[in-house]
Design a protein around this ligand. Structure first.
Ligand SMILES: [Zn+2]
Length: 168
């Protein structure tokens, strides 16, 4: 039996499997594998639900911020902005995706945001259990809010970036 370890990003108890996850997303390989299962369901049987998928990608990224680097700073800031657009401003997934493409012009304003501890309480393990699309959608929304709320100390910075960039 494979042993379980805590993902160094989200803390979820995942299989201790070898391998790298991603070059700047900071996740243990076992957690990255569960995330892959969730994405496979979204791309496959759930028929690519754009807004739910947007929340999944954004939430996973900010729950696995990695170490400070140009790419991780850009990733965390961009995904926080996207969550603000969807959760607080009610944008659809496609609209948020378009908006965050524009925001990359302002990437020089981004700074490293020290991740909160804990970085949310729900993880991919809560989401992957969904038995159908409606359950999946509800769990992703709960997970996204949970992790977004964990970053509440930075919400004012995120809102400021959104208004400066005039994207929503
Ligand atoms: Zn993780």
């Amino acid at each position: 039996m494979t042993e379980l370890i805590s993902c160094y990003g989200c803390g979820a108890l995942v299989k201790d499997i070898p391998g790298e996850s991603h070059k700047y997303i900071g996740a243990s390989a076992g957690c990255w594998e569960v995330y892959g299962e969730i994405l496979a369901k979204e791309y496959g049987e759930y028929g690519y639900p754009e807004t739910v998928h947007r929340l999944t990608v954004d939430t996973y990224a900010i729950q696995h911020p990695g170490k400070p680097s140009h790419q991780s700073i850009q990733s965390v800031n961009t995904h926080l902005i996207s969550l603000n657009l969807v959760l607080e401003k009610g944008l659809e997934g496609a609209e948020a995706t378009q908006a965050i493409r524009k925001i990359l012009d302002y990437a020089s304003e981004f700074v490293w945001l020290e991740p909160p501890v804990p970085n949310g309480r729900m993880t991919v393990l809560d989401v992957v259990r969904a038995k159908d699309f409606l359950e999946h959608q509800a769990l992703v929304q709960k997970w996204a809010r949970d992790v977004w709320n964990a970053w509440s100390v930075y919400h004012h910075i995120v809102r400021q970036l959104v208004s400066w960039c005039n994207i929503a």
